[in-house]
Design a protein around this ligand. Structure first.
Ligand SMILES: [Zn+2]
Length: 312
């Protein structure tokens, strides 16, 4: 039986050919590996890159300005309180909230997201999905866990004491979307760091979701009447002003529904979605738990002072 052509044990000319092919195969493997490493590095750089603070703040600021104009043109409800003092109180909450969010995101959430990408830790990092799919799933995961947190905030007494400040607003407009007690935000961020780490959410997805959820919050709190058909179709996908006004109802049966903050699907999946006529909704809290919502100081100390009634 003769030796096959190209075998390392064949004639010298054949051995040279074999060595050449081996080298080119190894070269190819090395080139593929280098390309893979390069692709991974580019992908990692995209996941880790953070837009400037201005670029992140621009969408919420533009949404705030646009919705404030639209609210005047197409109001949904008659206001219960003078706009000026209430808006100033809510914007003061917004300033404290922004500082709390920026600080704790930088200290807790983003370092975890960065390590997830760099060490390829967490479900999304293991799956190696296309960048856009991975980012979209990361954002959806953050949105879903916010739904769960919001539901818990209505069930657990200590969390309700923090969240009650948001519901004590007796009107609901674009500024209500920024009215969250800084302690509520501070309490939610360690948990967010955990869910980011477990799912392997990238800093890019965290940043995009943060901007998107603020825009969504401004939109669904807006005192804005949309055409009925637009409201109906849009609410199949996103939380709309009508869907969320039911959540701000004085009635506990209405208030403990519609917990979604971005994607409307979570309420449908968990059976917590509710529809009710706008005319039947009175915004705020019942007198027994309303408390003094007229000053910023009263609202800031409220979670740490009297007992806020639990609602479920
Ligand atoms: Zn709520």
């Amino acid at each position: 039986m003769g030796l096959a052509e190209g075998s390392p044990l064949g004639p010298p000319s054949s051995r040279v050919g074999h060595l050449r092919r081996l080298r080119s195969r190894r070269g190819g493997t090395i080139a593929v590996r280098m390309l893979g490493t390069r692709t991974r590095r580019i992908r990692q750089a995209r996941s880790l890159a953070r837009p400037s603070l201005l670029a992140r703040a621009a969408p919420p600021l533009c949404a705030l300005a646009a919705l404030a104009v639209l609210e005047r043109a197409f109001p949904r409800r008659v206001r219960a309180e003078p706009t000026g003092p209430r808006a100033r109180r809510n914007l003061a909450f917004a300033c404290l909230g922004v500082v709390t969010n920026l600080a704790l995101n930088r200290l807790l959430v983003l370092p975890v997201a960065r390590v997830s990408v760099q060490r390829r830790f967490g479900l999304l990092q293991w799956l190696r999905l296309p960048f856009a799919v991975e980012t979209a799933l990361g954002m959806a995961w953050l949105d879903y866990t916010l739904y769960l947190w919001h539901d818990l905030s209505h069930r657990v007494g200590v969390l309700w004491r923090l969240h009650v400040v948001h519901h004590a607003d007796r009107d609901m407009d674009v500024t209500t979307g920024l009215r969250f007690h800084f302690a509520e935000l501070a309490a939610s961020l360690p948990l967010r760091a955990l869910v980011v780490g477990a799912f392997g959410v990238s800093p890019r997805a965290v940043d995009l979701w943060q901007s998107a959820i603020v825009v969504s919050s401004l939109f669904h709190h807006a005192n804005l009447r949309l055409p009925a058909r637009v409201e109906r179709w849009l609410s199949l996908v996103l939380v709309t002003p009508h869907m969320h006004e039911i959540h701000h109802s004085e009635s506990a049966a209405d208030r403990n529904t519609n917990f979604s903050s971005g994607i409307a699907l979570w309420d449908s999946l968990h059976g917590t979605r509710k529809d009710a006529p706008s005319e039947a909704v009175v915004i705020g809290l019942p007198a027994s738990i309303q408390g003094d919502a007229s000053t910023l100081h009263a609202m800031l100390v409220r979670p740490f002072a009297g007992a806020a009634s639990t609602t479920k």
